[in-house]
Each structure stands twice: as structure tokens, then as C-alpha cells.
Design a binder for this molecule. Structure first.
Ligand SMILES: [Zn+2]
Length: 97
């Protein structure tokens, strides 16, 4: 069965997956809200089939998730319409117009 997934859908789907990952962790230890532990998040770029893993400190990701329109991607995975707003040794944070 062929399923057509648009770029935007793929991106938001990955974000939901990453947030769900944190949701599960939150349930395990609700008293410790934001940990400084590194978690393997899914790259949220638009490349279809991208399965890159991005290691990021949980508390940093939660701040990214709260910022409107900011996307976490692996190094080199910024799309043509993306503006890199932060660059680290492990990942890029990008925003779109
Ligand atoms: Zn990617």
C-alpha cells in the first residue's frame, strides 16, 4: 500500500515522536521535570527516509520544543528553506520563514 507523506507531515510527525519519547520519560520520574541526561532524538529534517539520531540534552530539547517553528536536525540536514539559528558539534537548530 502506497502512502504519500508530505514534507511538512513528516517533520511534524517526527516532532510528535520526539515529544512522545519525553512524555514516557516524564511518567517514569515526574518529580524530576527536566533532566540533563542526553537522549537520542530523531532528526526532524524533511528528508524522506532520514533515520538520523541526534543526541541532545533533554532539558535543551524541551526548550527547543517550546520555541515556535524551531526544528532540531542532524548536522548537514538543514533544508533549502531553513535558517540555521544554532550550530553545535552534534546538531543544528533551524527555523523557517
Ligand atoms: Zn535528517
Amino acid at each position: 500500500m502506497a502512502v504519500t507523506v508530505t514534507d511538512a507531515t513528516a517533520r511534524s510527525g517526527k516532532r510528535r515522536g520526539n515529544e512522545a519519547l519525553l512524555g514516557h520519560r516524564g511518567e517514569e520520574g515526574s518529580s524530576t521535570a527536566w533532566s540533563d541526561e542526553r537522549v537520542a532524538f530523531a532528526c526532524e529534517c524533511d528528508r524522506s527516509g532520514c533515520s538520523e539520531t541526534v543526541w541532545m540534552v533533554e532539558s535543551h530539547f524541551r526548550r527547543v520544543a517550546q520555541a515556535d517553528g524551531v526544528t532540531l536536525v542532524a548536522l548537514g540536514h538543514a533544508g533549502p528553506g531553513d535558517h540555521v539559528i544554532a550550530s553545535t558539534a552534534n546538531y543544528l537548530l533551524v527555523s523557517r520563514d
